[in-house]
Design a protein around this ligand. Structure first.
Ligand code: ATP
Length: 901
């Protein structure tokens, strides 16, 4: 095989292409040959732009506004320190703060990248390929030139492919050509070597979507040697993607930085002009105040918490594909879910059949050689493998199983009735038809699908082998049967056929699915998932509405919705909460938006209806998640705030369009992910509350002290406290377990921010307490007792630092008492407490270092004063929390859902 770079496969015949790539259309490549080619061509992946090196990432951290302010502060303090002959210890500490922050930034980027990579790997698409004569499902990355690939509706084309078979194959190539109308494909060689990509009808291109039909082709290029590989830049934008929360935080960080600079300048002016303190001394104090109060670690800490969230979610079967999704999940207000497979088990079993004017139980005798049974097992893609296992779509396998249970020779039947053409099933049309060659040279068309669709196309009915025109009475009887079966939550499908002399020139729904002879109904049970019922209840208690969407009949849908308690099983008027696709077609978008809250079940809908339903909820400012599995679901998955794909049954196209993929296709996993999303958000809030209240405490301490003309803390003390007590407890708070009440509160709305739900007032009162306590200790020692100034400074230093460590426990809950559950249940927080404590007080206790920090080791009694004063912050916070709870203010901040919404 020669180098394929400039090989124009579309101008060559199938045989030439086959020979060129040394492959076999019925066997595919051998595994050994494929492995060899993989070795020489590399994996089938688009190489992303070179990732920035760790060093580059490190350097990039210094471009941040807050960091630039800190660097300026370091420079000023160096100049001042040297000119005063005081050395540059402050400068060194500021630089350590900056460095630590940069390291944290690099760590957070690495963590986020790692999380995204892991997610990418898990959601890497699969392809069907012929190898060693068998159809195998393998990761698309393992494909090589010469591989023979099978395509069907819903697949993403895994590489560049020269088609060798195309049956009604249509591919949407918007990613390459910008043209969103799917292109009909064929296998004829083109004459024009200049044909543009959009005109190469015999090729399939990597990353485009198969929307219809089936095909087979030889891979002509993989990885960077594909058309998308050539324009790889288009896809591999590695732009930093900020979540709304991170954007808000960056904005808040900038505002706070500016405000803090103002406070620092005012402090400087008051100290020097009003209180006659030394200019250089005050300059250093103001600079260290600014350094300590700027919340430089905030965005990095949030990203780390979000990345940790993706891992926990993945462990629980929810593969989140982007960081913003983790955050949005927590605010989900409406979950729209497909019925089949997500709310039900998708394990269909035939329970009843209706034909020849009679209803039969599934175990009753059956005439296998009838048009009735043929109309269900012939237009059917189920396969029976060598072990007798029936593989395929559960709706279809149920029918084949039913026939085989009645001793049908299924393989024999397929051989006797060779399928020569088909109109594939589509959820829009809700029908599937196949054309079979008969022994007498004529052809049989068999159709199965939704009974309402099929009756419209039937002109005759077969009863006891007699065919006669279908009459009103027949139709009413069929509908009656359909309805009574549907009420038992059964899925009902109808069958029909006709015999034709000639196959129409173009085979499609219009030319084939008309003038049919109705044969009967098949009713099957698809049991609801028990865990889905519990999750629906849990979601409801959390103020989240579950909406069921299905292609199934309205009555079946209603019966299942009642069993799942999406509709109140005892209510009499449930049908008024069910809307059908036909109803939807009748009303305008405005009307739908006005009434959308009234409907919990949508039946007989097509994928395009889903987009309207999402938009109607969004028009009411709701955050909506929507599930989808088919190729036509991609637009609704993109429209939803959280598009949820199905890991097992979903098409590659739908997974690619989703924000989250359920590894187990289970509704319960959505609710689990929402809960996890809420936890992540609340942990970020804890980190924010901790950092900002601690910073406020520092500002108040220094500002008020300056007003009184006190020198309460040396710059090095402030900087050290900031360095060792900020980051570690904040990250540890990100690892808090979920509050057991997480799912008792209403979802946050689009107006809520990370300062909502009582965080803002908590930051204020806790910051004030922290400052007041530190000032009080200083006043008591320095002014009241008149002890040595260095001792008073040291005790203020201990009290401020220790309060922050105690305070990290206070923020475990905004309103609940710290002692309402085990305060030490977060081992990371305990470690952060001990580690930061050791660093903080090591500088007082370790001889040599304490000289450097200019501190005076207090005696036991003085230590006890500091500890008791610091612990007072916990007690005061408990008292305020108690007041919040008993006055009902806490409930105002944390809204409990109104279940009648
Ligand atoms: P969901 O609840 O996930 O939307 P659904 O299975 O109810 O899934 P579709 O798969 O779109 O929805 O099916 C819609 C209708 O089409 C079904 O109620 C059934 O009448 C009919 N149908 C489903 N599968 C087939 C099939 N393989 N062949 C023919 N008709 C089918």
């Amino acid at each position: 095989m020669s180098e394929s770079k400039n090989y124009l496969a579309y101008t060559e015949s199938i045989d030439q292409v086959k020979a060129h790539f040394e492959t076999d259309l019925s066997q595919g490549l051998s595994s050994q040959e494929a492995a060899k080619r993989l070795e020489s061509y590399g994996t089938n992946e688009i190489q992303e732009e070179e990732r920035r090196s760790t060093f580059q990432k490190f350097i990039d951290q210094f471009k941040d506004f807050m960091i630039i302010v800190l660097l300026a502060a370091a420079a000023i303090s160096a100049v001042v320190g040297i000119s005063q002959g005081e050395g540059i210890t402050d400068t060194i500490i500021i630089l350590i703060v900056v460095l630590l922050n940069a390291v944290l930034g690099v760590f957070q980027e690495a963590k986020a990248e790692e999380a995204i990579d892991a997610l990418k790997k898990m959601s890497s698409p699969l392809a069907h390929v012929l190898r060693d004569g068998d159809v195998k499902e393998i990761k698309s990355t393992q494909l090589v030139p010469g591989d023979v690939v099978l395509l069907e509706a819903g697949d993403v084309v895994p590489a560049d492919i020269r088609l060798v078979e195309a049956s009604s194959l249509k591919i949407e190539e918007a990613a390459l050509t910008g043209e969103s109308v799917p292109v009909e494909k064929n296998t004829d060689a083109l004459e024009n070597p200049e044909a543009g990509i959009g005109d190469r009808y015999n090729m399939g291109y990597s990353s485009t979507n198969v929307t219809y039909g089936r095909g087979k082709g030889i891979i002509t290029g993989t990885g960077m040697e594909t058309e998308v590989g050539h324009i790889a830049k288009m896809l591999s934008s590695t732009q930093k993607q900020l979540t709304p929360l991170q954007r808000d935080q960056e904005a808040l960080g900038k505002t706070l930085t500016k405000a803090i600079i103002v406070v620092a300048v005012v402090t400087f002016l008051i100290g020097t002009l009003l209180n006659g303190m030394g200019i250089m001394e005050m300059l250093l104090v103001s600079i260290s105040l600014a350094v300590a109060a700027i919340p430089e670690g905030l965005p990095a800490i949030s990203t780390i918490i979000l990345s940790l969230g993706t891992q926990t979610m993945a462990d629980r079967n929810a593969l989140v594909r982007t960081l913003p999704a983790v955050e949005t999940l927590g605010s989900t207000q409406v979950i729209c879910s497909d019925k089949t497979g997500t709310l039900t088990l998708n394990e269909m079993t035939v329970e009843h059949v209706f034909h020849d004017d009679q209803l039969f139980a599934a175990n009753q005798d059956l005439d296998l050689n009838s048009h009735f049974i043929h109309s269900f097992v012939l237009p059917n893609d189920s396969k029976v493998d060598n072990d007798g296992k029936i593989i395929g779509d559960p709706t279809e396998t149920a029918m084949v199983k039913y026939a085989i249970d009645h001793q049908m020779d299924y393989k024999g039947l397929l051989a006797d009735y060779p399928r020569i053409d088909e109109v594939p099933f589509e959820s829009d049309r809700k029908l599937m038809s196949t054309i079979h060659k008969l022994e007498d040279g004529r052809f049989a068309v068999y159709v199965k699908g939704a009974s309402d669709q099929l009756i419209q196309r039937a002109t005759q009915i077969e009863i006891n082998g007699q065919v006669r025109p279908i009459q009103e009475a027949d139709i009413s009887k069929i509908q009656e049967q359909n309805e009574s079966l549907a009420k038992q939550a059964l899925r009902v499908l109808a069958g029909a056929y006709k015999i034709i002399d000639q196959v129409p020139a173009t085979v499609n729904s219009e030319t084939v699915e008309n003038d049919l002879i109705f044969t009967g109904l098949v009713a099957m049970i698809d049991p609801e998932r028990q865990e889905a019922k519990d999750s629906i209840r849990k979601a409801r208690n959390a103020g989240i509405r579950t909406v069921m969407i299905t292609g199934d009949h309205a009555i079946t849908a209603q019966a299942i919705a009642e069993r799942l308690e999406i509709l109140d099983p005892k209510a009499a008027d449930n049908s008024s909460h069910v809307m059908t696709g036909a109803d939807l077609n009748e009303i305008s978008d405005e009307e739908l938006a006005k009434n959308v809250a009234n409907y919990s079940v949508y039946a007989r809908v097509s994928p395009e209806h889903k987009v309207r339903i999402i938009k109607a909820w969004q028009a009411n400012d709701k955050t909506v998640s929507m599930t989808g599995d088919g190729v036509n679901d991609a637009p609704s998955l993109k429209q939803a705030d959280i598009g949820v794909g199905m890991g097992i049954t979903g098409t590659e196209v739908s997974k690619g369009a989703s924000d989250m993929v359920l590894a187990d296709d289970n509704f319960q996993t959505i609710v689990v992910a929402v809960e996890e999303g809420r936890k992540v958000f609340s942990n970020i809030q804890k980190a924010v509350q901790f950092l900002l209240s601690a910073n406020l405490g520092e500002i108040i301490t220094l500002f008020v002290a300056t007003l009184f003309g006190w020198v309460i803390l040396k710059p090095i003390h402030i900087l050290w406290i900031n360095l060792v007590t900020d980051v570690f407890p904040a990250i540890a708070l990100g690892m808090e377990k979920a509050d057991p009440d997480t799912m008792k509160y209403a979802p946050r709305t689009k107006e809520d921010s990370f300062l909502s739900f009582g965080i803002f007032p908590s930051i204020l009162y806790q910051g004030v307490f922290e400052g007041a306590i530190t000032l009080l200790v200083y006043w008591y020692v320095d002014i009241h007792l008149g002890l040595e100034h260095t001792l008073a400074e040291t005790m203020a230093f201990i009290t401020l630092g220790l309060q922050q460590l105690f305070h990290s426990y206070n923020v475990k809950s905004v309103f609940k008492s710290l002692f309402s559950s085990n305060p030490f249940d977060n081992k990371y927080l305990n470690l952060a407490f001990l580690g930061s404590g050791a660093l903080l007080f090591g500088v007082i206790l370790i001889p040599g270092i304490n000289g450097f920090f200019d501190v005076h080791n207090p005696n036991l009694e003085q230590w006890i004063i500091c500890i008791v004063a610091s612990f007072a912050l916990v007690i005061l916070t408990e008292i305020v929390k108690f007041i919040f709870r008993t006055t009902g203010l806490a409930d105002k901040y944390q809204s409990i859902p109104h279940l009648d919404d």
